[in-house]
Design a protein around this ligand. Sequence first.
Ligand code: ZN
Length: 108
Amino acid sequence: LIEVETVDGIKEIAMERVEALLKQAGDVSSIRPELADRYVRLAWKIKTRYNLRLSRGIKRKFCRKCFSYWRLGVSCRVRVKSGKVVVTCLRCGETFRTPMPKNGPEKR
Ligand SMILES: [Zn+2]
């Protein structure tokens, strides 16, 4: 157990936990999508509890409405429309618009 005294320190650890959960979600998403969704919910719980600000990259990994982990072409669809990236969740149908990243579309 690590003792943390500052709020920033706690947030930093919480953020690491969120990132780890989303990474795990990505790892299992192809074989156990329902487990991936559970990781996403857990990550979101931590995010809201500590009032964390998620980076844009993290925000594009899952649906903030139904909390399904997004797999391109499987549970989400990405379109670029007039300079904006539009992500459609194929699970609940919600669309999310984010400004196009300055350095071009993200590639893995
Ligand atoms: Zn959704």
